[in-house]
Design a protein around this ligand. Sequence first.
Ligand SMILES: [Mg+2]
Ligand SMILES: [Zn+2]
Length: 275
Amino acid sequence: MSDIVVIFDFDKTILDVDSDNWVVDELGATHIFNQLLPTMPWNSLMDRMMTELHLQGNTIEDIKQVLNLVPIHPRIIPAIKAAHALGCDLRIVSDANTLFIETVLKHLGVLECFSEINTNPSIIDDQGRLRILPYHDFHKSSHGCALCPPNMCKGKIVEKVQSTFTTEEKKTIIYLGDGAGDFCPSLKLAERDYMMPRKDFPVWDLICENRHLVKSEVHEWTNGEDFEHILLRLIAKVISKEDMRHNVDNSNRLFDCKFETIALGALQKPLYVPQ
Ligand SMILES: [Mg+2]
Ligand SMILES: [Zn+2]
């Protein structure tokens, strides 16, 4: 296990699209979605939309079927598998819901690569209707973060992940996201961490406007190719630093993972100088 924790947003980061919109559009409920959108928070709206879809005769299987067709860039899954093979601890932090995320990741064969999925819980009720609940129960108490929607503060989730690190551990977080909700967690990253905002998406705009507030290095990405190259290059960089600290030659492990050119590109200078 390396000392790297990679935290992925799901919609428009792992997926090309937003899974909530995808399900609503594919099952023909866009019109009612647009009518209800101004009247309630997103998380409550998605719960309501599941009732609407159920009333229109859609089953959980229908929802799963459209989720299995969701568009994803062809380099994303190889990138996730390579990061996992290199010993990174992979986690999801998403404002979608458990059923959507688990269905997609299982279909793509990478569900087992993730140690934790932090998202809104979903349950199937006795009528066979999907219910989507808030990750943070804002009816009981507020999470207290003004930057985030009431049902989820992704920054608080990153802090929870960080609180599990012991002081001796030099863990590095790499965070990938696109949305405004990914800005709060970027403020929680330390200097040794890496933020990967998707270029020209809301989180990238917010970071550009507030660059002085983000302590970590920032590496923007545009598409699945960048996602793969930059993520694996950063992982290779952190692993080489770890190996130098521990005086281990791990070059075989790095170069065996089918990203020779990426790792070599990142490691231009010989790093394993015999002592
Ligand atoms: Mg997103
Ligand atoms: Zn927050």
